[in-house]
Design a protein. Structure first.
Length: 280
């Protein structure tokens, strides 16, 4: 199936706004850290400061989304490769215990005096985001590729939602590692980035009778299921038995809604699969 570029104002404006928010928050964080205004880099008093490496990654992802909106595929590909390289280096340093060399180099160049290590969930967000953005620009498309891109975006959005709800309820569901929790700003950027990636996939696809992509129900199902799985990962990795049970009850509405939504979306996805034979 050849590219069918949907130039509707909603899609274009959504990509530019989401990319601008992600990049703008990252730039503001880098400036605040360069000026040693740590309180502005937190957004919330209870939040950990956003590491310079994380802010730089979100700046690159946000600019890549803007590149999709204004149709500069080479710019998007270059920025996605930069983000992917950064995420791979950060993940490799964590796995092999050789860091934090890259984070120290970035922090020194930014001029940040006091900084923390990048959270593992932030590294996952940057890695998935870079992969989705790299998959965005190929010469030919099929529904499977676009669905995979949207699924990656839904998982990124789920990680951000769990982090934001954790800060709102006072439950450390934003921390996969106690020494390196995800900051509130990183959680917001993850939500915005995930939505932008899903929207970018919806811009190229055949729509069904309701005006939605045929794989949309599957994306909703996986995204909702990912919310529960990300919460479980935070519980298991961060010694969830020490969580305040009274505060942890605040996570129940999110878990119940996401479980219900995943069940309903899975049912609709199965019905759509029966009535539609894919062309790939």
């Amino acid at each position: 199936m050849r590219n069918e570029y949907r130039v509707g104002p909603v899609y274009r404006a959504g990509l530019i706004v989401s990319g601008g928010m992600c990049a703008g928050l990252g730039v503001a964080t880098l400036i605040a850290q360069a000026l040693h205004l740590i309180a502005y880099a937190k957004l919330l008093p209870a939040s950990a400061p956003t590491p310079p490496a994380s802010a730089l990654g979100f700046v690159a992802c946000g600019l890549a989304l803007i590149g999709i909106g204004v149709w500069f595929p080479r710019v998007t590909s270059v920025l996605a490769m930069v983000t992917l390289g950064l995420a791979v280096v950060l993940a490799g340093e964590r796995v092999f215990g050789t860091g934090p060399r890259a984070e120290t180099l970035i922090a020194v160049n930014v001029g940040a005096g006091d900084w923390h290590s990048t959270a593992p969930n932030t590294v996952v967000v940057l890695l998935l985001g870079a992969m989705a953005l790299l998959l965005r620009h190929t010469h030919r498309w099929c529904a499977r590729w676009l669905g995979a891109i949207a699924i990656l975006g839904s998982i990124i959005f789920a990680i951000g939602v769990v982090g934001c709800v954790g800060y709102m309820t006072g439950v450390p569901s934003y921390a996969w590692q106690s020494q390196a929790p995800m900051s509130f700003l990183s959680a917001i950027c993850s939500c915005v980035l995930g939505l932008g990636i899903v929207m970018s996939a919806c811009r190229y696809i055949e729509l069904d009778e309701s005006g939605r992509p045929r794989w949309f129900s599957l994306v909703i199902c996986i995204g909702a299921l990912a919310i529960n799985l990300v919460t479980a990962v935070a519980y298991l990795c961060n010694d969830g038995q020490t969580w305040n049970r009274a505060k942890a009850i605040g996570l129940l509405p999110m878990l119940i809604v996401s479980a219900t939504l995943s069940s309903v979306a899975a049912r609709k996805s199965r019905r759509g699969a029966r009535g539609f034979a894919p062309s790939w």
